[in-house]
Design a protein around this ligand. Sequence first.
Ligand code: MRU
Length: 373
Amino acid sequence: MASSNKLQAIRWVRPHLSILDQLLLPHASTYIDIRSSADGHRAISTMQTRGAPAIAIVAALSLAAELLQSDTIATVSFIEGRLDYLATSRPTAVNLFDAIRKLKAAVHAAHDRGDKDITQAYVSAAEAMLAADVADNQAIGRLGAEFILSRSNESPVKVLTHCNTGALATAGHGTALGIIRSLHGQKDVLEHVYFTETRPYNQGARLTAYELLVEEIPATLVCDSAVSALLRSDPSIRAIVVGADRVARNGDTANKIGTYQLAIAAKFHGRDFIVAAPTTSIDLDLASGDGIVIEERAMDEVLVTEGFAKETIGGGELGRAAVRVAPVGVAAWNPSFDVTPAHLITAVVTERGVFVKDNEASEYDLQRSLNGN
Ligand code: MRU
């Protein structure tokens, strides 16, 4: 099932890149032009674009736009310098670093074969990432839906998700939300979706809510803190399905803050806890989640609640508004992600297959799983 045009987070028509400003959603659908790697870096670090796959693709295409619109011929060292700069935009999602490694390899290969203009090799590699992400997400959606349905004869099913992992977080379709979209695409299979607000940035309340409404998927928003109570009161919620920013070789998974407590709640209540991620989110260089760098963001994201209000001055337009909740002087800890240990994860769904732990094992061997597929 394709995603609606209203959910197209990344628009690329050579040489123009524009992105849907996710700080303004769901109240305004505004595309902003990204003309350079500096624009790309700003859009990623301010979270105008976000979600592990989207971060990587916007970074890659922002430099493609810059190179195509420049009057000078780019050198390998110029491209590498801009990619190293883009690598500083956000630290946790490995997709960005995976993309940068592949893009550097593409320009080196072009240079080694004696291509006069290495820009074309760079742009083709970046465009291939955009296309591959949509195809990968569609495969994840199909495989994840099959896996959930294979776990019990009872259908329709109810599921719960966290953060936003849909078309807005990717090149299209989505990962965990892609599975939900794929379930919804089959007749009488998906009964209901619960989704968390995902404090403090509210990716759930703003973005997942918007996607589910656009696609007319029956859904209910819950506070992050309501999930245990919900699982207890509704035994028919079959699974919690989340995305990933970085999956270590043993299956430990960094994802949006709050994911870990959801996995504990799922284990306690005997429900499946499923991680959905393209293989570009798997970091085989990391033996476990201990080595994952967790981004810490500004305290104000916690101390101040952002939303939309009618401006009293300026003609009654809906505008972004910030309301201070906590008293001035109080400190806050604002990690953007947490790490869920592999033993709490029922399955890792990728475009190359659904991976489960060996009998009795508490960890995955994703190196072996990927070699075997
Ligand atoms: O801070 P964000 O909004 O970039 O965090 C997003 C998440 O944690 C997603 O779950 C993850 O990137 C997967 S998106 C397909």
